[in-house]
Design a protein around this ligand. Structure first.
Ligand SMILES: Cc1cc2nc3c(=O)[nH]c(=O)nc-3n(C[C@H](O)[C@H](O)[C@H](O)COP(=O)(O)O)c2cc1C
Length: 209
């Protein structure tokens, strides 16, 4: 299948087959894809909690509008924004750049100032909102990578954010849930994935200038 055909195949599956487990290799490929997702300045101001524990998934389903995908999928990816994105976080990122690229930290001063300038020009609320957007990009990469691997992934916004944070103990970790995705394999009788995809025509979606 071409990549476009794989995107045609992918669907926000509603009925997962709970007996089908994801392999360690498949899961690791998805983690690599999410790790490689781009983010503003490369800051990756979020974490991704991968829930495979059945009891935790049950608790999350109860605060996730009882969506069966939460328990029936093989793994639930919870994208969570950091709640403190301060100077220390920006500086630590520059440390990582210097270390990864084996360059003098001083040579990154200009880049550091731009990042710190951006962080300092925003309120905490604005930074978390910004961070949620970055998490959605990672979600998009996950969905595309899963399609490429022939793994199903269903994005979901239907959950109680505060209660999700509570179940996962995110507040104490300085995190808050952005968006989630159920990852696994569609049941043979999942009706949703058998339906024709509805998308706006290209003439309506794109404006060429
Ligand atoms: C950010 C986001 C949140 C979504 N939330 C839910 C959800 O809570 N429950 C659900 O069943 N589907 C959810 N969907 C799935 C969409 O309804 C679905 O992607 C859309 O109808 C297009 O269908 P397709 O993904 O199968 O092509 C969500 C999709 C996105 C991108």
């Amino acid at each position: 299948m071409s990549f476009i055909e794989k995107l045609q195949w992918r669907a926000a599956v509603k009925k997962f087959d709970p007996t089908k487990k994801i392999t360690a290799t498949q899961l690791d490929s998805l983690l690599s894809a999410v790790q490689l997702a781009p983010s503003s300045y490369g800051l990756q101001s979020y974490k991704v909690i991968v829930v495979q524990d059945a009891k935790t998934k049950e608790k999350l389903r109860a605060v996730g509008y009882n969506q069966p995908q939460i328990t029936d999928s093989a793994a639930l990816f919870v994208f969570a924004s950091l709640t403190t994105i301060d100077e220390a976080f920006g500086k630590k990122f520059i440390d990582l750049v210097a270390q990864t690229r084996s360059v003098e930290r001083e040579s990154l001063e200009g880049y550091e100032q731009v990042i710190l300038g951006t962080l300092n020009s925003r309120t905490d609320e604005q930074k978390v909102a910004w961070s949620h957007k970055q998490a959605y990009i990672a979600l998009g990469v996950l969905l595309s990578a899963a399609a490429d691997l022939g793994v199903d992934a269903g994005p979901m916004e239907g959950f109680d954010q505060e209660k999700f944070d509570e179940v996962l103990g995110l507040k104490e970790k300085g995190l808050t849930t952005s968006v989630i995705a159920a990852v696994g394999f569609r049941a043979d009788d999942d009706k949703y994935s058998q339906m024709i995809k509805v998308r706006r025509p290209k003439e309506e979606l794109f404006i060429h200038i």
